[in-house]
Design a protein around this ligand. Structure first.
Ligand code: HQG
Length: 187
């Protein structure tokens, strides 16, 4: 029983990584087409996915439902799927600007700190800078690249000065850039 669960968890993670790759970064890799809002046809995705994914509509639904960060959304009729954030390809998520909480957090690795405090936060390959609502989430985001460090972002002040913020479907705050003057390092 435990083995079955383990394999199935591993399969869910494998499919989640595959979906992140094609829906956020490289639909071309399997000849998939996304529309302007980032949606892909579920049947086309199943047809074009590598056979080792053993992709089915049911497996896709399981990944969407169980995903730890709720990375994907299915359309109501379950015919289409998209990633909720994190894209490097140009798509329009159709998010409306929204007033952020007074403070947000950005987790990064210590080796990026000097550059960030000098230049501010830049989106890099992605569309937006990603900000977290709490320090715990920010710490785990930072851990992906090395020894984590958390920066506090004066999002309320930025908003008052005219910077736009968006809240993704899965609770990640997005903004275009964060100039260094709105950043403070947390110990
Ligand atoms: C850093 C994950 C030097 C920035 C997470 C980050 C997130 C700079 C890296 C989502 C810099 C970009 C996004 C500057 C920014 N100088 N380094 N001026 N400005 N950086 O992966 O925010 O699991 O593109 O600090 O949970 O780490 O994929 O962004 O370290 O929500 O769903 O450049 O990805 O979600 O890295 O992560 P990323 P991120 P998923």
């Amino acid at each position: 029983m435990a083995t079955t669960e383990k394999i199935s968890h591993r399969q869910l993670v494998k499919v989640s990584k595959f979906l992140s790759f094609v829906l956020r970064h490289k639909p071309d890799a399997i000849g998939l087409t996304l529309d302007a809002q980032g949606w892909a046809s579920v049947s086309e995705l199943i047809k074009k996915a590598p056979s080792e994914m053993s992709l089915t509509a049911d497996l896709i639904r399981q990944v969407v439902i169980t995903n730890d960060k709720q990375r994907f959304s299915l359309s109501e009729d379950e015919q289409r799927i998209r990633a909720n954030q994190g894209h490097s390809i140009k798509i329009d998520l159709g998010l409306t600007p929204k007033e952020p909480p007074p403070v947000l957090y950005h987790g990064t690795a210590t080796r990026f700190l000097a550059s960030i405090l000098r230049e501010g936060l830049h989106p890099g390959q992605r569309h937006h800078v990603h900000l977290s609502l709490d320090m715990k989430t920010a710490t785990s985001v930072g851990q992906r690249y090395g020894k984590p460090v958390v920066l506090q972002v004066a999002s309320g002040e930025m908003y008052r000065q005219g910077y736009e913020f968006f809240l993704s479907e899965n609770g990640v705050w997005l903004t275009e850039i964060v100039p260094p003057g709105f950043l403070a390092r947390l110990e």
